[in-house]
Design a protein around this ligand. Structure first.
Ligand SMILES: Nc1ncnc2c1ncn2[C@@H]1O[C@H](COP(=O)(O)OP(=O)(O)OP(=O)(O)O)[C@@H](O)[C@H]1O
Ligand SMILES: [Mg+2]
Length: 1538
């Protein structure tokens, strides 16, 4: 590869807009953006703009130089936004100090104090109480994989606990960090987690361990070690108010096969503690503002007066050992309360009160030792014999005052021949005095630890495994470093080595597992440094050697060290340039210069043998026991160490420490290790204050950066193919997309990464070198940006095109319109023109016409006149002519007519002459004929006949007329008659009406009389009653008579038969009459009796409200039914009297009991078989009718057990069998309880819950209560009812518990993980950090299935007629559990909260709400408010303070802690801006205004109270006995009750 291309490649990441880090004094690292980049020849110039400072930085490099340094001089790059606030620093693509610091800072400012860095959990001290450690949170973490939820101590603890169980391998958790970083606090939380999670046992690896809020005795004892060790080993320092001045490794012991324990599974059986390097010097000296060990101040403040006096205790400021720091109290620490705590813890651990006071006595003695005043006289030290402190100290220690004093101011040197005693000077004497005190205190501390171990890991107590928690001081580097720092740093060096090796191993394991080609780059191994310290002739060895020399001194030691190590081959040692009193060791974290002063003394740490002897000869037995430990020193692990001077010397502190460290390392190596690095973010202990420099320094010291370096050497970024393909598929063209994620991954990387060394494909994962993911991410962002631009471009094109087309169309339309308008205008003009022309034409025409007409008229007139003249002339001529013609005509007519008339007259005359001849002849003839008369007569007769006929007809006619008129008159009279009749009847009608009124009054009167008669009857009835007896006697008499008569009758009959016909018929008749009269009498008598009987009955009947009573006897059909009206007085009877009558008097009861019927009943009821039948068939072995979809069981079929039991109970009560009742019911209830507590199935619970409630209702009916039972019985019934109520409650709660267990694994997948809305599906992990995150194992359980489950349950309850109230309570409770679980889980879920999730969850919840409404429990939806609002929060905007207002408004039920948590969990989508820490502050400030509780998680265990359902009114006990059951006794009882 050419240089140019290499340079180009190296610099391709530094494009305009790229962000990089620059070192900064205040911030540690500060972000700057590349604004320009230029390469001119060999010179590269990059210009950066520092965003925060608004200043520019210009950087110039020579390319050759850059290349030579492998581009290490370029500023480190910022990670892509995707990795902003990542919860695992190992997933960062650019892994360097700046990125790590930035990552931690971002999270810390979002109040997320825990962050993973690969296998390490980084814990930032919040310096504020956080609601992160409640049992609910423990529950959330219990059973979850480490990567599933947010980083937490508990996740680490759970990981350890789970591996312990699954792999039966011991675990250790190493908690380290500097003073005040929170190690002890974290260790305590971890121990509490084990104690709590372990508590109920029964843990299997797939199920969450039950988290109990109460803990067992052993666990309490294990936890009690903390206050004890803190009291004796902690003190206030400038850096920490409760600083542990020793290191400790506590092994929490677990056992899983303890037969003696009733609990199953793994549980704590004890603990073992190892302590390291108690800071002894603190006892005698405290720097300003610091304190001695807490116990001394506690004693001074809280010891009771008597003890105070006895121990000579006064205020803390009167003791030299306590007042040097000038501080006696710590704000926020109550020494009195702490003392009580210490005492309590000592008692818990098994130290008796007297022993406790022995301990305190030694403590008091030490204080007095400190007060012993050492005077000087001629350079010789002396102590006043009367020194009160000396007296008190020797008294409390039980030693001889003089001897004690002597060995303070004198020393003895034993030579071969003699013992020389010499005086000490004042300084030496003070050292001698203090060394006794230090010695005793350290012995005491060791004794306490030993005792704790003895009591907590009792000999013989079997334990299988342990989890060790190491709480040890982290790397220390002060201005002046001494022997303690040397030891501490040595320990840290060793731990770091182990840690590196572990990380290395893990890293290697993955590579091997994934089978990738890989050669590990050498990492910075610190073994040589450790060797330099601990090897043969190492620093510790030289130190020991020097310490053993009588003339040993610090100066000679340092010279020896220089000689041995200040050589060029030794890279880890340095001799300071100035001075000869110090040496520098190059530790992995930094170079530390140690001051040699006091090394020898501190290493020797001995007390003079004479002093030891004095203490050993003390009268105080306890002291002897405490100091006796010295006799059994820890075994020296290096036996081949040369023993000089012949005698085995006391081991030095250095060697002890080294030995214990070696042992510790062995232990740790044999366990699986988990690392927690605590970091103190600021020196002022300000909550959430961040001092970058301080944190950076700690990150270096705790080895986090070292791990990162190791990872960087290999392939730090690892992703499964699926994850990788899911995120980076946009990097290749869509036609290359492939369902096989491995192939797709391969395509992507070969397409995008040319350097084959930058990645490796494993079996399931792809591995990248550092920075590659950032590059890919950048490419992805560019690609997405390109796509976005492309889409935008197309959309814009579409929009503009559309708008152009529209505009064009619009323009055309406008033009058309305009043209149309103008054309119209034109047309109008043309039209007007034409119209004008037309008008003109018309007018012209008119005018022309008028003129023409005028002319024509004139012409016509003229013509007329002319023609007139002509015509007149012609007329005149014609007239004259016609007159002449007429005259001619008349004349000619006249002359013609005259001729004609003349001729006619001549003709007629001629004719008349001719015609007269014939008639003359005929006349003469007629004259002759008229002369004959006969003929005339004949005619006359005929006419007369006709007249007669006619007159007869006339007469007949007249007769008919007459008849008709008569008839008419008759009819008329008849009409008159009818009219009369009508008026009469009308009248009578009126009369009837008046009559009716009269009669009704009469009827009333009659009614009255009837009533009276009735009363009389009643009286009569009463009389009848009195006569009953008499009558019955009469009856008997009459019956006898009757018999006699009957006999007589038969006799007579016989006689009749025998006697002949001649017998007297009169006798027969008489006899017959007699018989019939006798019958009559008998009938009457019988009727009379019946009536009197009936009276009594009817009385009862009337009491029951029957208004009719018939007295009838149909034997002889004589008596008629008599309706008996209810008397008004019967209505008026007081309910009291009714009640009285209904309740039989107690005497009646005894009478009843006497009857054989009753005896039989009692026998049945008392039969043992009945009880057996109930217990056996009705309860224990009952085949419960199953809920089916086809046939619905009737109420009787469901409730028959309760009704039958209720029936038996009522019967027993009815017969006053109180004891039997108690026994039967007691056993029955017990059987029911037994059946329901061992949960079998839903339907068993539903069935019995329903039946128990029904039974309760039966026993609670007013009938049962008002029976006038004896006191015994009443009490018995009450207790049964109470028991029943209890059972109902218990069945309810155990059922709920069971249902909850079943719901447990389904809620999260159903509510949180189900993605029902296809448009909003997001990948399983919120981002590409799933490498360590696994997601829910159950999976696949949808909201639908959850709803089905609930619906089925609801249906089952309905099938069993479970009271609505109980049904609703159960469903509501389940809804509550769903809501709370889902909410809690969401708050803890890692890499999950995206807005899409919010939408999905909201949808799922809304379905659940809908379901609630459907089930008629809309109020249960209130339990879903939290999760709903949390989901809503995810979907709301979160970029400005205004948005926060909206969030607060929309999420009224969430408190500030929850909102903050959700906001910090929120994972911004691509191109979404990440949350700024300022917003969290806004939330906090808003929250303080309306402070709600600050708990993070909702309380899952806060089960709502069971509300007793109201009693159902039971009309009558159902005596239904199912046909398929063989219940003879119960059947008998049912018949009995009828
Ligand atoms: N997780 C936490 N939540 C709240 N406060 C904490 C937490 N961790 C530590 N602190 C605070 O920091 C203080 C110091 O913690 P701790 O005593 O555990 O430090 P340390 O690392 O053990 O220091 P040393 O090395 O001095 O013993 C505690 O007293 C407590 O006030
Ligand atoms: Mg501590």
């Amino acid at each position: 590869m050419t240089d140019a291309s290499l340079v180009e490649k190296a610099l391709k990441e530094y494009t305009k807009g790229t962000k990089a880090y620059f070192p900064d004094e205040a911030e540690g690292w500060i972000v700057a953006t590349v604004t320009s980049k230029s390469i001119e020849g060999d010179q590269l110039r990059l210009t950066f703009n520092v965003d925060q400072r608004n200043k520019n930085i210009n950087l110039d490099w020579s390319l050759a130089k850059l290349q030579a340094s492998n581009f290490a001089d370029l500023p480190p790059l910022k990670n892509p936004p995707m990795l902003e606030g990542t919860d695992d620093l190992a997933t960062l693509s650019y892994l360097h100090e700046a990125a790590v610091l930035h990552g931690i800072k971002t999270r810390y400012l979002q109040e997320q104090i825990y962050t993973y860095s690969g296998i390490v959990l980084i814990a930032m001290n919040p310096f504020q109480r956080l609601s992160l450690y409640s049992p609910d949170i423990m529950r959330e973490y219990s059973g979850k994989d480490r990567g599933e939820l947010e980083p937490h101590l508990y996740a680490v603890a759970e990981d350890a606990y789970r591996t312990l169980i699954k792999e039966a391998r011991n675990q250790s958790i190493i908690v380290s960090g500097e003073s005040g970083a929170g190690k002890t606090q974290s260790a305590k939380y971890i121990m509490r987690y084990f104690a709590t999670v372990d508590n109920l046992g029964n843990y299997n690896s797939h199920e969450a361990a039950p988290v109990a809020t109460t803990i067992s005795e052993v666990e309490e004892a294990v936890l009690a070690t903390n206050p004890i060790l803190e009291a004796f080993g902690n003190s206030k320092t400038t850096r920490n108010d409760n600083s542990s001045r020793f290191g400790k490794y506590i092994e929490v012991l677990f056992s899983n096969n303890d037969k003696s324990s009733p609990r199953k599974g793994v549980h704590i059986v004890g603990a073992k503690i190892r302590t390291y390097l108690l800071e002894r010097s603190r006892l005698i000296f405290q720097p300003a503002t610091e304190r001695n060990y807490h116990i001394f101040y506690q004693l001074c403040a809280a010891a009771p007066a008597a003890e105070k006096k006895e121990l000579g205790l006064t205020g803390w400021d009167s003791f030299f050992y306590l007042k040097q720091g000038g501080t006696g109290t710590v704000p926020g620490f109550d020494d009195v309360a702490e003392f009580a705590n210490t005492q309590k813890a000592l008692s818990i651990i098994g130290i008796s009160v007297s022993q406790q006071w022995d301990i305190f006595r030694i403590c008091a003695a030490l204080l007095h030792i400190g007060n012993i005043e050492i005077k000087t006289f001629r350079d010789e030290a002396s102590v006043d014999d009367n020194d009160p402190a000396l007296a008190m100290a020797s008294k409390l220690l039980g030693v001889d005052k003089a001897t004690f004093k002597k060995w303070i101011v004198k020393k003895q040197i034993i030579t071969r021949s003699e013992k020389i005693v010499s005086s000490l000077n004042q300084y030496q004497a003070t050292v001698a005095r203090d060394s006794v005190a230090k010695f005793v205190y350290s012995m005491l501390f060791d004794w306490i630890v030993r005792l704790i171990n003895k009591n907590l890991a009792k000999d013989g107590q079997a334990y299988n495994s342990f989890i060790g928690v190491l709480d040890i001081y982290g790397f220390e580097h002060f201005k002046k470093n001494s022997f303690e720092q040397f030891c501490i740093n040595y320990a840290n060096e060793k731990l770091q080595q182990e840690f590196n090796a572990h990380v290395f191993r893990l890293e290697q394991e993955i590579y091997v597992q994934e089978k990738i080609n890989w050669s590990f780059i050498d990492f910075n191994d610190n073994q040589p440094c450790i060797d330099m310290i601990e090897n043969k002739l190492g620093i510790l060895d030289l130190l020991d050697e020097e310490s053993r020399l009588p003339s040993g001194a610090d100066a000679s030691l340092v010279t020896k060290l220089y000689q041995r190590f200040a050589v060029p081959t030794q890279k880890f040692f340095e001799k300071p340039k100035f001075g000869q009193k110090a040496f520098t060791i190059k530790h992995y974290a930094c170079d530390v210069t140690y001051d040699i002063d006091g090394f020898i003394e501190k290493n020797k740490d001995t007390v003079a043998d004479e002093q030891l002897a004095t203490l050993n000869s003390s009268e105080f037995a306890f002291l002897r026991e405490v100091v006796a430990i010295e006799a059994t020193p820890e075994p020296e692990p290096t036996p081949n160490r040369p023993v000089r001077g012949g005698a085995l010397k006391k081991p030095t502190l250095g060697s002890i420490f080294k030995a214990s460290l070696v042992q510790l390392m062995e232990t740790i190596r044999s366990t699986q290790v988990h690392y927690i690095r605590c970091i103190k973010p600021n020196s002022t202990k300000t909550p959430f204050g961040f001092e970058p420099q301080m944190v950076l320094q700690q990150l270096r010291a705790c080895g986090v950066l070292e791990t990162i370096r190791i990872s960087c050497a290999g392939y730090p970024s690892k992703y499964t193919f699926q994850e990788f393909a899911d995120r980076y598929y946009p990097l290749v063209a869509s036609n290359q997309w492939n369902n096989d994620s491995r192939q797709l991954t391969e395509i992507i990387v070969t397409h995008r990464i040319t350097d084959l060394d930058k990645y490796q494909l494993g079996l399931t994962k792809i591995f990248f070198r550092a920075g590659q993911i950032a590059i890919l991410e950048k490419l992805r962002t560019e690609r997405i940006r390109y796509c976005v631009v492309l889409i935008q471009k197309n959309i814009k094109k579409f929009i503009y095109q559309r708008s152009y087309v529209r505009t064009r169309a619009a323009a055309i339309q406008v033009q058309t319109a305009l043209r149309a308008w103008s054309a119209r205008q034109q047309m109008v003009a043309i039209r007007e023109n034409l119209a004008a022309i037309k008008l003109q034409a018309a007018i012209r025409e008119y005018l022309a016409r008028s003129k023409y007409v005028e002319l024509r008229t004139a012409a016509t007139v003229i013509q007329g006149a002319l023609r007139l003249v002509n015509a007149q002339k012609e007329f005149h001529f014609l007239r004259i002519t016609s007159a002449a013609v007429r005259i001619q005509k008349v004349f000619r007519g006249y002359s013609a007519r005259k001729t004609y008339k003349y001729e006619v007259a001549a003709i007629v005359l001629l004719q008349s002459y001719v015609r007269r001849l014939a008639p003359v002849k005929e006349f003469s003839q007629l004259k002759q004929e008229a002369k004959s008369v006969g003929k005339l007569k004949e005619i006359n007769y005929r006419l007369e006949g006709k007249v007669v006929e006619l007159s007869q007809a006339l007469k007949e006619q007249e007769l008919g007329n007459k008849l008709m008129s008569e008839e008419i008159s008759h009819l008329k009279t008849q009409v008159g008659l009818w009219k009369e009749k009508f008026s009469k009847s009308d009248l009578s009608n009126k009369a009837v009406k008046t009559e009716y009124v009269d009669t009704s009054t009469e009827l009333k009167k009659e009614l009255q009389s009837v009533t009276e008669a009735k009363e009389a009857l009643v009286r009569e009835r009463e009389r009848d009653q009195t006569l009953i007896k008499k009558q019955s006697e009469d009856i008997r008499k009459f019956e006898l008579d009757l018999e006699k008569h009957k006999e007589e009758l038969t006799k007579l009959r016989d006689e009749l038969k025998t006697t002949t016909k001649g017998e007297d018929p009169a006798v027969v008749m008489g006899l017959r009459k007699e018989v019939s009269s006798l019958r009559e009498q008998m009938a009457r008598l019988i009727a009379g009796k019946w009536r009197s009987d009936r009276v009594a009955d009817s009385q009862l009947v009337s009491n029951d409200g029957d208004s009719w009573a018939y007295s009838s006897y149909d034997g002889l059909g004589e008596a008629q039914p008599q309706p008996r009206l209810r008397t008004p007085s019967s209505y008026l009877e007081s309910p009291d009297s009714l009640e009285r009558r209904r309740t039989p008097a107690p005497s009646a009861r005894t009478i009843v009991a006497d009857s054989p019927e009753t005896e039989r009943s009692i026998r049945i009821l008392e039969d043992k078989a009945l009880e057996d039948e109930i217990l056996d068939s009705l309860v224990t072995n009952l085949r419960i009718p199953l809920p089916s979809t086809q046939t619905v069981a009737t109420r009787s079929e469901i409730f028959f057990p309760s009704h039958l039991i209720g029936l038996v109970a009522t019967q027993l009560a009815h017969f006053g069998l109180a004891q039997r009742l108690q026994v039967v019911m007691g056993n029955t209830l017990k059987a029911i309880q037994g059946l329901t507590t061992r949960f079998e199935d839903d339907y068993v619970s539903a069935f019995w819950l329903s039946n128990c409630h029904e039974l309760l209702c039966i026993l609670n009916t007013p009938d049962m209560r008002n029976q006038g039972f004896s006191l015994d019985l009443v009490r018995g019934l009450e207790s049964i009812q109470k028991q029943l109520e209890y059972i109902v409650k218990e069945v309810y709660s155990s059922w709920i518990k069971e249902l909850r267990k079943r719901l447990d694994n389904t809620i999260i997948p159903a509510i949180i993980e189900t993605q029902s809305l296809p448009g909003y599906v997001c990948k399983q992990s919120g981002n590409l950090q799933g490498s360590s995150g696994k997601f829910s194992k159950v999976g696949g359980f949808t909201t639908e299935q959850l709803l089905n489950f609930l619906s089925k349950l609801s249906k089952t309850m309905k099938c069993y007629y479970l009271s609505d109230s109980i049904t609703q309570q159960i469903l509501s409770e389940l809804i509550r559990v769903i809501g709370v679980t889902a909410f809690n889980h969401l708050l803890m879920r890692r890499n999950f909260c995206t807005w899409k999730r919010g939408v999905q969850i909201q949808y799922n919840i809304s379905r659940l709400e809908e379901w609630c409404t459907g089930q008629n429990i809309p109020e249960a939806a209130k339990y879903l408010q939290h999760i709903l609002q949390a989901a809503k929060l995810l979907t709301l905007n979160k970029s400005s303070a205004k948005d926060i207002e909206a969030i607060l408004e929309n999420c009224p039920d969430l408190n500030a802690t929850q909102i903050k948590k959700l906001l910090s969990l929120y994972y911004a989508a691509d191109f979404d801006s990440p949350l700024s820490p300022e917003l969290l502050k806004v939330v906090s400030s808003r929250a303080s205004l309306n402070e709600k509780s600050d708990v993070l998680l909702l309380d899952l265990e806060k089960v709502s109270e069971f509300n007793k359902p109201s009693m159902r009114h039971i009309e009558a006990i159902d005596k239904f006995v199912p046909s398929w059951m063989n219940l003879p006794c119960l059947a008998a009882v049912t018949t009995l009750a009828q």
